[in-house]
Design a protein. Sequence first.
Length: 317
Amino acid sequence: MAELASRETVGVSATRRHAYLVVLVVLPPVALVAAAAAAWGRAIGVLDVLLALAMYTVNIFGISVGYHRLLTHRSFRCGRPVRVAFALAGALALQGPVSLWAAEHRRHHKYSDRPGDPHSPWVYGDTGLALLRGLLHAQAGWFYSARRRSSREHWVPDLLADPDIRRVDAAYPAIAAASFLLPAAAGGLLTWSWAGFWTALFWAGAVRCAVVHHVTWSVNSIAHCFGDRAFAARDRSSNVRWVALLTFGEGWHNWHHIEPTSARHGVLKGQTDPSAALIRLLERLGCAYDVHWPSPARIETQANRHRARSCPERAAD
């Protein structure tokens, strides 16, 4: 009976988590698509979509390859121009200066889903309103609290010692302005009209920025709450296919928490990782080196360890 009650509790908790997923993540983009369809040909056109997609691509690669794999985890090394280009691309995503972003993320790995983690969705509990509050906290609420910000001097002394990174950090306000003005200027010039300027500013500027934010923040919330786990991480990091698709591989979060310095996050069959593919291309072009590719033997060892923990009776056989 106790086992049955436990299963029912888990089932209710899972149902609530999926209800929150629909309300917080699925409905807003559906509403956005509906609004775009209603405004098509009047307040949005093909050029606006193309500019938004171009900015989105630069932003996601800037965060996933630049801010995350290169500058936070040092998954590979590259020459100064490529390093600065990735730092600028990440800054255009408007998620803060790279040194602060990296400090928060390194702290997250140190305390993942435990006290000290700046954005765990489990911080308030795992049922009912506590989980809803935790998901909102992990998605966006955590960075509004100044007391939670991570010390850059403690977490990223290597980045603070890099003069190029210091210059990019200092230029962050100008880069933030450029994130809106570049697509707007492109829209205005390509249509030679103020209407093209303003629609591009809205769709490729403001809307694109909001989409990029919530897509990447979903790694903090959704990929620590839903999905599957192929490896026995000490936290609740998981794999969520649609998050991985939208973040160019970041949603394969389970392996990332096993081996944070790995240049590839999607290490299993069918786990497409465009960010890793870009790093591989840079390596072949001679623009990236000392790349930390995951070892097949280590992947298999970690997968077997997880299977042994999940099914001890099968492991005993």
